[in-house]
Design a protein around this ligand. Structure first.
Ligand SMILES: Cc1cc2nc3c(=O)[nH]c(=O)nc-3n(C[C@H](O)[C@H](O)[C@H](O)COP(=O)(O)OP(=O)(O)OC[C@H]3O[C@@H](n4cnc5c(N)ncnc54)[C@H](O)[C@@H]3O)c2cc1C
Length: 321
């Protein structure tokens, strides 16, 4: 019911405008998104860095159909990398291939990714390729393999444990000596390609996390699941692996208590910081996946804290699909 209502709101511009004047939706947005501008993304990273948390900035956008928009998204990533170098902030980027043209033309996507990675390499920074729906897994991996051969230190990939193919993909990527962010998987997938039961997903995730901790290069374990975190930490301790050899990654605004306790124990934490005018897509994606969880995580007053810096205009959502 809530999902249907929000999808309807997303499709209707006048409803979006009206919805965005309601405090609950504004609090929802600014609990999980750093802001609309790159500057607000940087402000969020600066605050995280001051707490000892690294960032991975994501200019929100996916499934772009217009080639010019794909090129603009790559330009935005390039500007962001240059700016990160100038500011000295501790953050890298996360990027979706469908934002830079994968749905339009693989050649375009490869070209734009090449431009972004050339800049990342020149700036001594790193770009993590997010993993999207399973229909893109093979293409994404092939493109990743190509670019990793050219920029081994500047690009990493995400793998999803809920996919039944994932053990083979993990071996394939580890054989390259490439950095992996492992996640449970965030999309709706059929039971043909993915585990659907939570217990099965959790077991697959734990297996992959253990494999990566023992054999992976700079593993990034992206989760808010305290059980998995503890298992990873214990395994590393038992195997004599330094606790700074891997990192935990969380979504901006999620799992604050967990993050504090990891930091206090000297563990590395990185936060995924989404920003951009398409923030509605990101928030809606979170709500579609688990509305109850999102509503429980809203930080009341987030909107007014944002507006101290920049008011949310009624027209901000006009560019959304
Ligand atoms: C840094 C990062 C990057 C990611 N990148 C990708 C990607 O590229 N591709 C992809 O498919 N998926 C990605 N994901 C999403 C991931 O696949 C999971 O859907 C998501 O992390 C939830 O799973 P969990 O491991 O936290 O475990 P769960 O068992 O789902 O959750 C564990 C606990 O955390 C809480 N929690 C989890 N998520 C949220 C939330 N959004 N808001 C509030 N509470 C929450 C739960 O309520 C529960 O208490 C990423 C996640 C993170 C943290």
């Amino acid at each position: 019911m809530i999902r249907k209502l929000l999808s309807l709101i997303a499709r209707q511009r006048w409803l979006r405008k009206m919805a965005m004047s309601t405090p609950i939706l504004r609090d929802m947005a600014w609990s999980f998104v750093a802001g609309e501008s790159q500057e607000e993304g940087f402000d969020a990273v600066r605050t995280l860095n001051a707490r000892g948390i690294a960032g991975t900035m994501n200019f929100i956008g996916t499934h772009v159909r217009d080639p010019q928009e794909a090129v603009r998204a790559a330009d935005t990533a390039i500007k962001c990398l240059v700016r990160i170098q100038a500011t000295g902030l501790n953050t890298h980027l996360s990027l979706k291939l469908t934002q830079i043209g994968l749905d339009i033309d693989q050649g375009l996507c490869r070209r734009e990714l090449g431009r972004v990675l050339a800049t990342a390499s020149a700036c001594g920074n790193f770009v993590r390729i997010d993993m999207e729906e399973s229909a893109y897994t093979e293409e994404t991996l092939r493109i990743f393999e190509e670019v990793h051969a050219q920029y081994p230190d500047s690009v990493g990939i995400v793998l999803q444990s809920y996919l039944k193919r994932n053990p083979a993909d993990l071996e394939r990527v580890m054989a390259l000596g490439a950095g992996v962010r492992i996640v449970k998987g965030g999309y709706w997938e059929s039971s043909v390609v993915a585990f659907r039961k939570k217990a099965e997903v959790d077991a697959a995730f734990l297996r992959d996390v253990e494999n990566l901790i023992l054999r992976g290069k700079s593993p990034a374990i992206a989760t808010h699941d305290p059980v998995v975190m503890e298992r990873a930490i214990a395994l590393a301790e038992t195997a004599g692996i330094d606790k700074t050899a891997f990192e935990f990654q969380v979504l901006y605004g999620v799992g604050e208590d967990l993050v504090e306790s990891l930091l206090q124990r000297g563990l590395k934490v990185r936060s995924y910081v989404p920003y951009g005018t398409h923030w509605y897509e990101y928030v809606l994606g979170c709500v579609r996946r688990d509305p109850g969880r999102v509503f429980r995580s809203i930080r009341p007053g987030s909107a007014s804290r944002m507006e101290e810096h920049r008011p949310v205009s009624a027209g901000t959502s006009e560019r959304l699909p």
